[in-house]
Write a protein that binds this ligand. Sequence first.
Ligand code: SAM
Ligand code: SF4
Ligand code: F3S
Length: 456
Amino acid sequence: MSIKTFDEISEYIISQYEFPPLAFVNTFGCQQNVNDSEKIKGELSMLGFGMAPCAEEADFILFNTCAVREHAEQRVFGNIGALKKLKEQNPKLIIGLCGCMVQQQHIVDKIKQSYPYVDIVFGVNAIHLLPELIYQKLSGTKKILLDPVENMDIFEEVQTKRDSSFKAWLPIMYGCDNFCSFCIVPYVRGRERSRKPEAILKEFKQLVADGYKDITLLGQNVNSYGKGLNEEIDFSDLLQMLASEDGDFRIRFMTSHPKDATHKMIDTIAKNNKISNHIHLPVQSGSNRILSLMNRVYSIEQYKGLIEYAKEKISNVTFSSDIIIGFPGETEKDFQKTLSLVKQIGYMQLFTFIFSKRSGTKAAEMRDDTPRKIKTDRLNFLVKEQEIIAEQALQQFIGTVERVLVEEYIDDKKLYTGRLDNNLTIEFPGENIIVGNFLTVTVTGARKAMLKGVIK
Ligand code: SAM
Ligand code: SF4
Ligand code: F3S
């Protein structure tokens, strides 16, 4: 008999276990992967799996992997290595790997060769095939290993089981066409594909109806949203459409690419108080020479122009950025330019990375003779400078009254933490406050990267 429907697959899987099976999904990488894992958990729940608190208690362990830096890949290999023992103790345990890492043939080959106890491998566009893969593994006698799928269709039907009850990730597009010379993402995530505005609006409305207050639109380059769609729509139009919805929510988005970010987007943020007044605008380097080698397609002058325009138009706007240190050929002079830019902009947050060579990318071919020690010294120096800059920049908010989304209660501090519209975090005392709601808080102080406040 051939089993085909979802219900039949689910019935079969459950029948294979004495107790309802448990799954453990371990996620590496960016918000895109976090959202994919929420879809995977949605599928597993529909199949009848519960969620295990740790790998040791699971019947199915899945690693959703990231390939952006070598360190991320090494961590995954370390983790899979540690599972060998669990598999020996419990031969019925199913081990799966998915995500960006397994979109690379050399990684799949290595898994086949060195980690034969991995049962299921599937690519980033094959999430909807997971039920079938688990079924095949349980029912078949031979090991299932699906090589990365090249399919670029968008599957709208997959259910999402969100990690939070008030913060949600909402993908608006997948893939990337930019080919920054250091970056593996376009190779593992494929070409840019925008979701249809109707599909995004439908999911957005449902999120608002379900009480989600903080909705982040996701894409590797949100500013090129709409390319390839039949309708005439760009990212600013999409932002405006969503911000015009009724309800108590805040929209955030990431990531904006400086080459595509427009004045229209900045104007749209400025006129809608439901759109966060924080822009994550990764600059990567403060040196035009390095930006050109990175294939970023903007100059520092253009970048600063955008920041100036946003500061002029959006009240209380804050910025954050990504910086790569030690890109091949980066000199002390280039680094000083980065440092100087960081001081001029006054970022509230900086995500700093040492260049990691990714095989298959252009930068992997470039001569890289800066010693590791110099790179780590530059990174550490930048991080220290940034701490000082952020702490100073926070002072301007003291005395202001802010809308805050309450995110957590920290028991040992007896304080609540929350997030302002401009993404700054704040802690404040209170009693019986509902996490996941908006409150009005007066900012009374700042320490390191955190504001202090009292409920108004
Ligand atoms: N699409 C986003 C953009 O263009 O800004 C970012 C995507 S990437 C997942 C996040 C950050 O990782 C990048 O902004 C970059 O700073 C960093 N990154 C990407 N490839 C890297 C590499 N090979 N070595 C070090 N950092 C890298
Ligand atoms: Fe990578 Fe550049 Fe695409 Fe961002 S825009 S995902 S850094 S290639
Ligand atoms: Fe990593 Fe893939 Fe995101 S490579 S950073 S998980 S898109």
